[in-house]
Design a protein around this ligand. Structure first.
Ligand SMILES: Cc1cc2nc3c(=O)[nH]c(=O)nc-3n(C[C@H](O)[C@H](O)[C@H](O)COP(=O)(O)OP(=O)(O)OC[C@H]3O[C@@H](n4cnc5c(N)ncnc54)[C@H](O)[C@@H]3O)c2cc1C
Length: 454
């Protein structure tokens, strides 16, 4: 249809409008003036006007729905107080942590100054009773892990190692005296903890294969061996070391202080994930530990496994936080980034990626919520925690890779956060039990057959 025909039709349309409607339009624009102006336009100007009218009005960012990775409003299941704490952690992470993570990740440095800032939040040792700990439900420990990982997985790993693995070992396996000595100071982050189980030659097979040995010489325990990947260990005050007793062949736990003679922690360099976390290779060379620093209630690997069961749920929540951070960053980016004259979020293929991300994220969130409910009800078994760890760490890999995809080239630049989530998802996938090992735990539970090779 020619431009002239369209303008003529518009005039006809206006003529068909009844008096009331005309009066309303007239209140908003001076119709006779508009007609005069239209009539005075030449063909080129009319064409330009028609093109302008055809172009859809661009939506401003403020017209768009809020960016929120909690699509099923699971937050509404929290009490008012719990929600307040969640928001306090979120604001803290946005204001204090987000501005410094990419730089520290790039330089593989841990921002020591944040420990002082974290103290104010009082979120250490969340589920433990006594020793100055908040004694909140496990659900809140999970929610907090998600909030921290949503901004940075390294910081949530620092926290998980200290508050979960190290404090948890003392809480579950320490004597009352040991708990009194360490937990209040660790709760206030005055003393930092690490957890040393994995070794250079033994990862998945730690249950039966620990090479680090301990031997009682009548006065002290003598520890020999190496531990690999130990988070926080370059600066931790106390490192929980798991070793096999040369006499009884049972696994025992020890509270090794950083100044112990015979203890050495060397930073592991050149990681491509969780670069802020200070992982160490620990060497124990005739390291002497007094009986008073042996975890008094850790008598076999079953006790070590209790700690892992308690913290594995937290790792599943961490995966959810990582996926949520990547999804929200991707959604924000696609609404701003324009190609072919429109935001890429308006394209069907991009929306498909976003919806797939959100589906995975929502499935993970509902799963970990139920997992924590079971933990709070005392119903959590190894296989429940393992299933959540397997599912969430796998789905998170999928979410972050789609996030990276919709960012195009910027998906591999640290500046846009998604690249960091992509790398860090790889560490979540492997630590606290690989996909295979956690699958074998679930497989054993559902089939009744153990497929572990002994
Ligand atoms: C960033 C990071 C931080 C970590 N922090 C800590 C820490 O603070 N403290 C600590 O103690 N440890 C820590 N770890 C160690 C972590 O728990 C181990 O990496 C993990 O348990 C796997 O062990 P591995 O790397 O030696 O792999 P391996 O055990 O050598 O496994 C290699 C591959 O073989 C597969 N495999 C092994 N056995 C079987 C089987 N029977 N059947 C089928 N497949 C099998 C595994 O699934 C995996 O795919 C950390 C690791 C990383 C990457």
């Amino acid at each position: 249809m020619s431009v002239f025909k369209r303008v003529r039709n518009t005039f006809r349309l206006l003529k068909s409008v009844d008096m009331d409607q005309l009066a309303k339009i007239n209140q908003q624009i001076d119709l006779s003036e508009a007609m005069k102006t239209l009539g005075a336009l030449d063909e080129r100007q009319l064409k330009g006007l028609m093109k302008m009218l055809k172009t859809k009005r661009k939506k401003g960012q403020s017209d768009l729905p809020p960016i929120d990775g909690d699509f099923y409003n699971l937050d509404l299941k929290l009490t008012g107080e719990q929600r307040n704490l969640q928001m306090e952690v979120r604001n803290f992470m946005e204001d204090e942590i987000r501005p410094l993570v990419n730089d520290h990740w790039n330089r593989a440095k841990f921002p020591m100054e944040i420990i002082e800032k974290f103290k104010k939040l009082n979120i250490t040792g969340v589920p433990y009773k006594g020793y100055g700990c908040p004694n909140l439900p496990f659900l809140m420990e999970g929610v907090i892990a998600q909030e921290i990982a949503r901004v940075d997985v390294s910081i949530s790993t620092f926290f998980g190692v200290h508050s979960g693995l190290a404090m948890g070992s003392i809480y579950l396996c320490g004597s009352e005296e040991q708990k009194q000595e360490w937990l209040p100071k660790m709760q206030k982050l005055e003393k930092i903890g690490a957890f040393g189980l994995t070794e250079p030659n033994v990862g998945s097979g730690v249950a039966g294969g620990l090479e680090t040995s301990c031997k009682f010489d009548g006065e002290n325990w003598i520890l020999n061996g190496q531990k690999k990947w130990i988070g926080n260990a370059t600066f931790a005050d106390v490192i929980v070391i798991w070793a096999r007793d040369e006499d009884s062949n049972q696994v025992k736990g020890f509270l090794v202080k950083k100044e112990n003679p015979g203890f050495k922690a060397e930073k592991m360099e050149d990681k491509m994930a969780l670069r802020i976390v200070q992982n160490a290779l620990i060497t124990l060379d005739n390291c002497r530990v007094p009986e008073s620093d042996r975890l008094q209630n850790a008598n076999s690997f079953k006790d070590t496994a209790k700690v892992l069961r308690m913290t594995r749920a937290g790792v599943a929540w961490q995966a959810v936080g990582c996926a949520r951070g990547a999804y929200e960053s991707a959604l924000k980016y696609t609404r701003k980034r324009e190609q072919f004259g429109r935001p890429i979020a308006s394209y069907q293929l991009i929306q498909n990626h976003l919806v797939e991300m959100l589906s995975n994220l929502t499935a993970m969130q509902t799963l970990v919520f139920r997992l924590s409910e079971m933990q709070d009800a005392g119903m959590l078994s190894d296989e429940h925690a393992s299933l959540a760890k397997v599912f969430c760490s796998m789905r998170t890999r999928d979410v972050v890779s789609r996030a990276r995809e919709v960012l195009g080239g910027n998906g591999i630049l640290l500046e846009y956060d998604v690249a960091r989530f992509v790398a860090d998802a790889e560490a979540i996938y492997s630590y606290e039990g690989t996909k295979e090992i956690n699958s074998l735990i679930v497989g054993r539970a559902i089939t009744g057959y153990s497929a572990f090779v002994s």
